[in-house]
Design a protein around this ligand. Structure first.
Ligand code: CO
Length: 151
């Protein structure tokens, strides 16, 4: 089920999200709905607070595949890249953001099993952008040149 994507100005986007503690049907429903919402919006990633639920769960949909990261934490990072970013919660805007070129994260899947993963390039950028959402940070807080774009 497609959920409404919360837009900038809503306080839920500025919350410090709570860890996921129950890997149950309610979480599965949230994640399934987030996936429907992300696919419908044709975005590269979506964080739970963007559908109004302030918990530590994100999805990333990139060349490398579709990923769900529950309670993700960046444990190491390397290098630097500068590139354009937008956000489904900040419609009609884009800006340039400096991010690490490579990040290693630890996370859980929807069943609570623990994994680690290394992301590079745009994948790393998407991971960093989505993880920022879990701490109430938007890319517009970090971008140097926010400008309007056609959608
Ligand atoms: Co975003």
């Amino acid at each position: 089920m497609i959920r409404e994507i919360v837009q900038v100005g809503d306080s839920v986007l500025r919350e410090k999200c709570k860890p996921v503690t129950r890997f149950d049907a309610e979480l599965f429903k949230l994640l399934d709905d987030m996936k429907d919402t992300l696919k419908d919006a044709e975005g590269a990633g979506l964080a739970a607070p963007q559908v109004g639920v302030p918990v530590r769960a994100v999805q990333v949909d990139v060349e490398e595949g579709f990923f769900e990261f529950i309670n993700p934490v960046i444990v190491s990072q390397k290098g630097e890249q500068s590139g354009p970013e937008g956000c489904l919660s900040v419609r009609g805007k884009a800006g340039t953001v400096v991010r690490p070129d490579r990040v290693k994260i630890v996370f859980q899947d929807r069943n609570g099993d623990k994994y680690s993963l290394v992301a590079r390039g745009f994948f790393a950028r998407a991971v960093c952008h989505e993880l920022d959402h879990l701490d109430g940070v938007l890319y517009t807080d970090k971008a140097t040149d926010i400008h309007s774009v056609e959608e």
